[in-house]
Design a protein around this ligand. Structure first.
Ligand SMILES: NC(=O)c1ccc[n+]([C@@H]2O[C@H](COP(=O)([O-])OP(=O)(O)OC[C@H]3O[C@@H](n4cnc5c(N)ncnc54)[C@H](O)[C@@H]3O)[C@@H](O)[C@H]2O)c1
Length: 323
């Protein structure tokens, strides 16, 4: 067991509310710190919805024949010891025990762990960490859930380099329950180990990232993979369906890159193309020989055509595929 008992989540957006709910589901004392009454009005409905989502997931899990069933949620229970009624009781307890707090000093005064999950805006996060630093108790470990900013962007202002690192979740954490635990140069081993242990205690599968790396593990693999697929289309080499078939039938993977694009959403994909075409040396030079020069212009043209037609991916009913 880690020594972590009291957890504060800063930010009650999509991920903050999920992290808070999952942590409370696993029996921790959880407070969500929010900046305004307006934020409470936006976060509470997310928690209401999460409660319903967990309860519906538990119902669906009853029909699963193995833990490989797509309805099985590893963040909710182990297949061999699944007790639906006990899980539902944990959902009810999580929902009623979660606290929302506007006063930062009060929220973090006795925290063992603070999980920053605010909007991806560097200046806002810097201001938050700066304000937080003098309020944190000595014992507290601080983690950021940032997807695209590096933890070292904020080490200085946290005032606790040895007890600061990244803990990065995936969306729908009750189901996609990976947690990438990433150190920055000054993170102490004890803090890293404590966060690895905590991640396991909230039913995540902790994945160590021992050195700071933009994209952690998943996005370091996924983003070049998706770009490579889109580029095959952008260069007129083949079509989305054939490329997906090549990947799925050739490797046994359940989804092809264009099916993944439809899940991520094509607007997000377009933002990523914008962002990554500015990154020099994205691709390892050794791999360059087998890669086409990225045709970002045509990649964007393809995405724009779909986006303009309202085909934004799975959520809109159509993307590269119809649902
Ligand atoms: N959405 C994802 O799939 C995903 C996955 C992994 C990690 N993340 C990371 O999680 C973090 C939050 O993302 P999200 O998708 O939940 O965003 P979101 O926009 O849904 O939520 C952001 C939250 O931050 C709050 N916030 C914004 N500025 C603030 C400020 N100055 N002070 C206090 N609170 C403030 C907002 O009120 C909101 O509750 C980001 O760092 C993002 O990179 C997101």
């Amino acid at each position: 067991m880690s020594d972590i008992k009291k957890v504060v989540v800063a930010g009650g957006g999509v991920l903050g509310s999920q992290i808070a709910f999952q942590t409370a589901y696993c029996g921790f004392d959880v407070t969500i710190w929010l900046r305004s009454e307006g934020s409470i009005g936006r976060t509470q409905p997310k928690l209401d919805k999460l409660k319903e989502t967990y309860l519906a997931a538990i119902e669906a899990m009853k029909k699963a024949e193995s833990p490989a069933d797509p309805d099985w949620c590893r963040g909710i229970a182990d297949f061999d010891s699944f007790d639906p009624e006990a899980c539902k009781a944990k959902v009810e307890a999580a929902y009623s025990n979660l606290k929302l707090e506007l006063d930062m000093a009060k929220a973090v005064g006795d925290a063992d762990l603070v999980i920053e999950s605010m909007a991806e805006v560097k200046e806002e996060k810097t201001a938050f960490f700066t304000k937080l630093a003098p309020l944190l108790p000595e014992k507290a470990i601080l983690v950021t859930n940032s997807s695209s900013l590096l933890p070292s962007d904020f080490t200085k202002v946290t005032g606790r380099p040895a007890k600061y690192l990244a803990l990065h979740f995936a969306n729908s954490i009750w189901k996609q329950n990976i947690a990438e635990v990433m150190a920055q140069d000054e993170t102490a081993k004890e803090s890293f180990d404590a966060v690895m242990q905590f991640a396991q205690e909230i039913r995540m599968i902790p994945l160590p990232v021992n050195k700071e790396k933009a994209g952690y593990l998943l996005n370091s693999l996924l983003i070049p993979f998706l770009f490579s697929a889109l580029d095959l289309v952008a260069n007129g080499i083949s079509d989305p369906e054939s490329i997906d078939k090549a990947w799925k039938l050739g490797t046994g993977a359940p989804r092809g890159p264009f099916e993944i694009f439809d899940v991520v959403g094509l607007t997000t994909a377009d933002n990523i193309v914008d962002k990554y075409q500015k990154v020099p040396g994205l691709i390892n030079p050794l791999l360059k020989k087998m890669m086409l020069p990225y045709n970002f212009k045509e990649q964007k043209a393809i995405l724009k055509k779909y986006i303009d037609e309202g085909k934004l991916g799975r959520n809109s009913g159509e993307g590269f595929y119809k649902y």
